[in-house]
Design a protein around this ligand. Structure first.
Ligand code: HEM
Length: 205
């Protein structure tokens, strides 16, 4: 099944690489201090590379949104209300117990269903809530003059910063869990192979 067209593979490759650069440079900035003046890559270099990678990530994100709006790929991101909780529960039960008893996947991949319910929900949250908030708060920090001065007596810049590091942290956790769940296909490397070749192969066929 050809599920990952070239544009998705290209977007995803840049997205993953830029995320790694942003995490390394973000951690470098976070932990640079008086006692650790050049933590990891050093503060000045970290700021420069973080801003550059963020600019590229924003362009790449716009590319994803346009691609997902104008191609059939958008259908995989539509969350339907019916059976939402029961399907989610079925998938969670599979990840918690079923897969250890070698039960069959409750939502096998088809041309109509690329993602299982949990994948779909986390991808929608990461792509349509997490990354936009990360980008908007990042722009607010890059251009403090456009950031609201005070909200209920608290510095707008501090709130923007808290939002930015929270989203950065949550998306970093998403990435780690995402890489782990990508090993849970028919074989540990099946899903990674799909993202490289474009074809999802079910090893049971
Ligand atoms: C080294 C880091 C990463 C690796 C190895 C990786 C691996 C994969 C693999 C194997 C797939 C295909 C399986 C599937 O469809 O679920 C996939 C899909 C996907 N990944 Fe990642 N990923 C990484 C980072 C990220 C990051 C940072 C994000 C977003 C914040 C992300 C978002 C997505 C999305 C949205 C899809 C589905 C794309 C589509 O087919 O529409 N990934 N990833």
């Amino acid at each position: 099944m050809y599920l990952y067209p070239k544009w998705i593979r290209l977007w995803h490759l840049f997205n993953a690489l830029l995320f790694i650069v942003l995490i390394i440079t973000g951690i470098s900035m976070q932990y640079t201090g008086r006692h650790n003046p050049s933590y990891m890559v050093g503060f000045a270099k970290a700021v420069k590379w973080h801003n550059f990678a963020a600019l590229l990530l924003t362009g790449n994100y716009i590319f994803f949104i346009l691609g997902n709006s104008f191609t059939k790929n958008k259908r995989y991101y539509k969350i339907k209300k019916e059976n939402f909780w029961s399907d989610l529960f079925k998938q969670l039960k599979y990840y918690s117990f079923g897969m250890f008893k070698e039960e069959a996947h409750p939502f096998p991949v088809t041309m109509e269903r690329k993602f299982n319910p949990l994948q779909k929900l986390t991808y929608v949250m990461a792509m349509y809530i997490g990354i936009p908030l990360l980008i908007i708060s990042g722009i607010g920090l890059l251009f403090p003059e456009i950031t609201i001065n005070r909200v209920f007596g608290v510095s707008g810049l501090v709130l923007t910063d808290i939002l930015h590091i929270t989203m950065g942290f949550l998306l970093s956790i998403f990435m780690i869990v995402h890489i782990y769940t990508c090993t849970l296909g028919d074989k540990p490397l099946s899903l990674f192979r799909g993202m490289i070749t474009g074809f999802h192969v079910s090893e049971h066929d």
